[in-house]
Design a protein around this ligand. Structure first.
Ligand SMILES: *[C@@H]1O[C@H](CO)[C@@H](O)[C@H](O)[C@H]1NC(C)=O
Ligand SMILES: *[C@@H]1O[C@H](CO)[C@@H](O)[C@H](O)[C@H]1NC(C)=O
Ligand SMILES: *[C@@H]1O[C@H](CO)[C@@H](O)[C@H](O)[C@H]1NC(C)=O
Length: 203
């Protein structure tokens, strides 16, 4: 019998893969954003970790709570050096008993990603999310020799079409070619089902 956890992971991976297949063969991030999600996201915590960084200077890393509105995340990172290579990693975790990698585990080299999404749904998603949430980073190579600042809020439209209810952690890590951590953050959020259906099998 399939363990519940592996079942959920499998289901998640299938759903994730299907996102690309059903959307006219090519994953269109902007089109996907228009499809309403069966869940809501509440961001609970936001941390920049592994600080201080060796090559970059973190000027701001703060979550701003607002009454009846999504919290804002304010990040400002100074990168004095120039980079012709930037490894970008997005890894999502789902809390079973503890946080386990789930559904999204993407690595892409930034210069390459800015040049070409290669008709790959995960690269299209990554690029779309970066354009929405970290627009100052979306530019041609080289990276660095500037300060990257942004104030953003996370919306359902930035997330996959369907995810199970529960607690999540999204890790976003940027590293240099020599594997120096330039930035590393953890975003904790909860996904709640819209409506009254609670069963995981109905997501
Ligand atoms: C998404 O919806 C908006 C407003 O309803 C519309 O203007 C836009 O063209 C749609 N985008 C896509 C890619 O379907
Ligand atoms: C974000 O942080 C920067 C740097 O500390 C600050 O100047 C700016 O006002 C902040 N933005 C918001 C919306 O709080
Ligand atoms: C980069 O460093 C991290 C720890 O900081 C390590 O876990 C990882 O394996 C390293 N990756 C490579 C490709 O060397």
């Amino acid at each position: 019998m399939l363990h519940l956890q592996s079942f959920v992971v499998l289901l998640g991976v299938l759903l994730w893969a299907c996102v690309g297949v059903y959307a006219k063969n090519v994953f269109n991030y902007e089109e996907q954003k228009n499809i309403s999600r069966p869940y809501t996201i509440q961001v609970q915590r936001f941390l920049c970790i592994d600080t201080p960084y060796k090559e970059t200077i973190l000027h701001e890393c703060r979550m701003i709570f607002r009454r009846n509105q999504r919290p804002l995340l304010n990040v400002s990172l100074e990168a004095p050096k120039k980079y012709n290579y930037l490894m970008i990693q997005f890894q999502m975790h789902y809390k079973f008993k503890k946080y386990q990698p789930f559904l999204i585990d993407i690595k892409a080299e930034g210069c390459d990603l800015m040049r070409d999404r290669k008709n790959d749904p995960t690269r299209h998603w990554l690029y779309g999310v970066m354009k929405d949430l970290m627009s100052s980073l979306v530019h041609r190579c080289p990276f660095g020799k500037r300060t990257y600042s942004g104030v953003f809020s996370v919306k359902e439209e930035n997330a996959p079409r369907s995810i199970p209810a529960g607690e999540y952690r999204m890790d976003i890590i940027f590293t240099s070619q020599t594997n120096v951590t330039l930035f590393s953050m953890q975003l904790f959020f909860e996904a709640r089902r819209r409506g009254i259906l609670k069963s995981m099998l109905e997501w």
